[in-house]
Design a protein around this ligand. Structure first.
Ligand code: GUN
Length: 276
């Protein structure tokens, strides 16, 4: 039987630390939501609620699906120069007509809570992070809180997105793991996943990983969160894998709550770096 890596409990602990901080200083996070993607609206609502729980100011800018790029650029510009704003998050995915890269690049690096700006990503990959992206730093916190040793372990990351896979691999390497990255073009994926002491699955492919894909005793972190038949579903077949793993995250209640807590923590960190 595996230890269940309960993200909710650890997120609560992190929220308590953040609440103590935001009693001393006002912190403000602005989120831009364009269009009516249901999953995005749900994530944004969860972020907003978490911010309110810790006493942070949370402002959501909801824009219609056909909003022109110039309008969003102008809003970002205003938020960049507003001294009261500590963090800006442009919720992805954006509607098709918009160039995500260009818009993300226009967010001021000192307010870029997602670490999408090349300056922040570059600093992180050089081992000089201002902050780490929310999901990878949440996962590291989860491992740390459960006293799971990383040093010298073989970590296998499935997925190479800018938001999870790439920074996760960099952060694990920074924490002295030996890291292998797999992706959709990897041949014989199982040959790699079965070698993992720590397996992080961020493929966005529900149920991809089953009992034959892991080494007995592995630590399994499931970043997947797709709605399948109305049910939030991970990339790991939990019921199959849990009896073999030494520790595993559930979906929901594993990585998700910590991602949001890390977002708030990143906002606080950037506020203190910017304001001194
Ligand atoms: N869409 C899904 N997750 C995220 C995230 O962490 N940040 C942003 N900006 N968009 C997302």
């Amino acid at each position: 039987m595996a230890i269940i890596l309960d993200g909710k409990t650890i997120a609560k602990k992190l929220e308590a630390e953040l609440a103590a901080y935001s009693r001393i200083r006002e912190i403000r996070l602005d989120v831009i939501l364009v269009g009516d993607n249901l999953a995005s609206a749900t994530y944004v609502r969860n972020k907003h609620r978490a911010a309110e729980r810790v006493g942070m100011q949370s402002v959501i800018h909801t824009l219609p699906v056909h909003t022109k790029s110039e309008e969003i650029e102008q809003l970002i510009e205003e938020l960049n120069s507003n001294e009261e704003v500590d963090g800006i998050l442009l919720q992805l995915p954006l509607p098709e007509q918009l160039n995500s890269e260009k818009l993300l690049d226009s967010i001021h690096p000192m307010k870029d809570v997602d670490v999408f700006h090349p300056e922040n990503a570059g600093l992180a990959y050089l081992g000089r992070p201002r902050i780490w992206p929310c999901t990878p730093s949440g996962i590291l916190r989860l491992l740390h809180e459960h006293e799971i040793d990383i040093v010298g372990k073989h970590a296998v990351v499935v997925g190479r997105s800018n938001i999870v896979g790439k920074p996760m691999a960099a952060l694990l390497q920074h924490a002295n793991a030996t890291v292998t990255v797999c992706h959709r073009m990897t041949k014989r994926l199982q040959d790699f996943t079965r070698q993992a002491d720590i397996l992080v699955v961020a493929a966005g492919s529900p149920g991809l990983i089953g009992k034959d894909d892991i080494k007995p005793g592995a630590v399994v972190i499931d970043v997947g969160s797709e709605f399948v038949n109305g049910k939030l579903t991970g990339d790991v077949r939990f019921a199959e894998v849990e009896p073999i793993a030494s520790a595993i995250t559930p979906v929901p209640g594993g990585v998700g709550p910590l991602t949001i807590a890390s977002l708030l923590s990143n906002t606080v960190r950037l506020a203190s770096l910017r304001r001194g």
